[in-house]
Write a protein that binds this ligand. Structure first.
Ligand code: ASP
Length: 353
C-alpha cells in the first residue's frame, strides 16, 4: 500500500469506527409518562411545590447527553401526568406499548420515566403482564428537573445502562433510583420526599448501579414477565378492585360503599397480620356472600399474612396477600379476576406472584 493509500485507509477507518461502535450499543426506548422527573419549579431551590409532568421526553433525553455513549436511545411520550393520576386504562395502554416494542428484534430494553408516587404499582403491573425477558426499568426522581442536584438525570442514565445490560435480562421489571436496583414486586416508596425513598424493606434490594454497570446480588423467586400466566392483549378494561384500611375504630362503611359501587374485589390493609375489627369482618363476610373476592393484606408493609392465622380463611373463604402490600395485592387481584373467581385458584396465584 502506498503512503497516500495508507493515509486514506487510516482516515476511512477513523470515520467508520464511531459508527461501527454505535452498532454495538444496545437499543433502548424511553417511554415517558410524566412525574417529578419531568417537573419544573419556579427556582433552582424549589424542591416542593413544583409542577410535575412539564418536560417532554426529548427534553429529558437532551438533558443527559451521556446517554448516547451507552445506548442508542429514542423516546416516546406515552402520557404526561402526575402519577397520582395513574389508572388502570393508562396501565393497559402503557403495557401494550411495552409488549409491542419488546417484540421488535431491534429493541433491547425499555426505560419508563414515571412519577414516584405510584412507580411501584406501575412496575408491578408491568411485571405481571410484560411478555418478554428483555429488561424493563422504571425510573423516577424526587427533585424536579430544575432543582440543584436534580436526581432525574442520573436516575435516567442508570436506568438506560441497566435496560441495555445483559445482567438485567430475565430479572423481571426493575425500579432503579438512587443507584439501587429494586424488584418491582417488593419495592415501595417509603418516605415522602427524600431521594432515597425507594426501598425494599426486609427482603432487600437486588443490587447497585455503579461505575456504569449493573451489579446484581439477588433476584426475586416469584413468577413474572415471560413466566406470567396473565395476558392483556385483548383486554380493554380491568375489573374493579378497591382497598379498605384498618385502624382502631374502623367500621364497615367503606367496604359497603365499595360493594355498592360495583367492586368485584376488596383488599383490606388490615392491622398487624391482616387482623379485622368485628364490624369490618362482618362487612367483608357480606361482601363475600355477594360474590366479591376478599383479600387480607397488612398495613404494616412487611411480612407474610398468615392464612388461617388471625382469621379462619378456609371458613370465611378469604384469600391472603402473602407479602404483597395492599396496593400491589389490588393489582394481582384485578389480573386474577380476568381469569377466575375461584378463591382456591386465586390463593394459588397469590402464592405464585
Ligand atoms: N406527585 C409526583 C408524581 O408521582 C411525585 C413524583 O414524581 O416524585 O408524579
Amino acid at each position: 500500500m502506498s503512503f497516500k493509500a495508507g493515509r486514506l485507509f487510516a482516515f476511512l477507518l477513523f470515520i467508520a469506527l464511531p459508527a461501527a461502535a454505535e452498532e454495538h450499543l444496545p437499543n433502548v426506548v424511553i417511554l415517558a409518562t410524566g412525574g417529578t422527573i419531568a417537573g419544573t419549579g419556579a427556582t433552582s431551590t424549589t424542591t416542593i411545590g413544583y409542577t410535575a409532568a412539564k418536560v417532554g421526553v426529548e427534553g429529558l433525553i437532551a438533558a443527559v447527553p451521556e446517554l448516547k455513549k451507552v445506548a442508542n436511545v429514542r423516546g416516546e411520550q406515552v402520557l404526561q401526568i402526575a402519577s397520582e393520576n395513574m389508572n388502570n386504562d393508562a396501565w393497559l395502554k402503557l403495557a401494550k406499548r411495552v409488549n409491542a416494542l419488546l417484540a421488535q428484534p431491534d429493541v433491547d430494553g425499555i426505560v419508563i420515566t414515571h412519577g414516584s408516587d405510584t412507580t411501584e404499582e406501575t412496575a408491578y403491573f408491568l411485571n405481571l403482564v410484560v411478555k418478554s425477558e428483555k429488561p424493563v426499568v422504571v425510573v423516577a426522581a424526587m427533585r424536579p428537573s430544575t432543582a440543584i442536584s436534580a436526581d432525574g438525570p442520573i436516575n435516567l442514565y442508570n436506568g438506560v445502562v441497566l435496560a441495555g445490560s445483559k445482567e438485567a435480562v430475565g430479572k423481571g421489571v426493575l425500579v432503579c433510583l438512587n443507584d439501587q436496583i429494586n424488584a418491582a414486586r417488593d419495592v415501595t416508596k417509603a418516605s415522602t420526599a427524600t431521594a432515597d425513598t425507594f426501598r425494599t424493606p426486609e427482603l432487600g434490594f437486588l443490587g447497585y448501579m455503579q461505575d456504569n454497570k449493573a451489579h446484581f446480588y439477588r433476584e426475586s423467586t416469584k413468577r413474572h414477565t415471560a413466566q406470567s400466566e396473565f395476558d392483556i392483549t385483548n383486554l380493554d378494561k380491568l375489573p374493579q378492585v378497591d382497598i379498605t384500611y384498618g385502624y382502631a375504630n374502623a367500621s364497615r362503611v367503606p367496604v359497603d360503599a365499595f360493594v355498592a359501587a360495583g367492586a368485584k374485589g376488596i383488599v383490606n390493609a388490615g392491622v398487624g397480620d391482616g387482623s379485622l375489627a368485628e364490624g369490618v369482618k362482618a362487612g367483608l363476610l357480606d361482601a363475600r356472600k355477594k360474590g366479591v373476592i376478599v383479600v387480607r393484606a397488612s398495613r404494616t408493609g412487611n411480612g407474610i399474612v398468615a392464612r388461617n392465622g388471625e382469621v379462619n380463611d378456609d371458613q370465611t373463604d378469604f384469600v391472603v396477600s402473602d407479602t404483597l402490600t395492599a396496593q400491589k395485592a389490588r393489582i394481582l387481584l384485578m389480573l386474577a379476576l380476568t381469569k377466575t373467581s375461584d378463591t382456591k385458584e386465586i390463593q394459588r396465584i397469590f402464592y405464585a406472584y
